[in-house]
Write a protein that binds this ligand. Sequence first.
Ligand SMILES: *Cc1c(COP(=O)(O)O)cnc(C)c1O
Length: 371
Amino acid sequence: MEKKRIPVSEPVLGGNEEKYVLECVRSSWISSLGKFIPQFEEGFARFCGSKYGVAVMNGTAALQLALAALGIGEGDEVIIPDLTFVATANAVRYLGAKPVFVDSEKSSWNIDPGKIEAAITKRTKAIMPVHLYGHPCDMGPVMEIAKKHSLFVIEDGAEAHGAEYKGRKVGSIGHVGCFSFYGNKIITTGEGGMCVTNDAKLAERMQFLRDHAMSSEKRYWHPEIGYNLRMTNIQAAIGVAQLEQIEKFLAVKTRNAKLYSSLLQKVSGLTLQPQLPWAKSVYWMHSVLVDEKEFGCSRDELMAKLKERGIDSRPFFYPMHQLPMYSEGYSDKDFPVAVELSRRGINLPSSVKLSEDDIRRVCAAIAEARQ
Ligand SMILES: *Cc1c(COP(=O)(O)O)cnc(C)c1O
């Protein structure tokens, strides 16, 4: 019998998504006004432990809006981890500013706080840590460095809705937190994003810039150049339904992570995603590093062997300094940890939909691939 393919990720839309979307269509509130938008903003901000939420059309737009609202632009520098999804770097570039890359730390796979200060110059305006693959960054030292040098902190929480650093939800620790609701994220709105903050003025500034910088007193009066980054009521309707299920999703992810860990621990040549004592990861991805010598085949060979057995996987991101538009002035020697993680890392099937049998099948295929 042909075994079913196991994808890396697929959304679960088993709650009130259909009902709420139908409500939008039937009431004709399908554009960027409507009750689901404030409902989603308030609900998600509350979930993060933040006061305000500003919904936008995707996660990249959330990063762009946060940077714009903080006044970052031409000539400025923003520190980001070398190992991240390209959107983190691109958002900085969209504003005319320069992303400056910092290596990862071995223990958490996130930006190494010990290497941040060496990257600070007179032009540095902000640090944008990323909570990679669902594991929070070491935010304490990041916030201390930011305070010492008067820098803003924008958390890229696109992969980590609900993750906690010392009991605090990510996104609520820096000046602003940015999230994505793309189809493979912890919760989805199809495409979507949000900025959360405790700063009322900043929230207002983000609302203003999101909507063509239109004056709230004088319609069609635009004192500066804004953007159209708005989310639609249909997206927010799906978001509200997803938010109703987020605790369930997170519990399933934690349970799946435990099962993966118990089945893969014994396989030599594999290193599981770390789980630091101060961290609560949301396991956006179930990630492992392949030690080619110990394991007997390379990361890419393992991926190919899984594919033959109907199991999808993904390699880690390329470090930003290796991409053609960001490589100038950098070499692999500057980022030994990020380069190594990127070369050896693989993300296994990570859907909330995975059954225990699926996970056992993935782990058995990995054990078989070992030589
Ligand atoms: C997904 C993601 C984004 C961008 O989100 P989109 O909604 O796809 O624009 C930004 N940063 C990181 C780390 C991501 O994983």
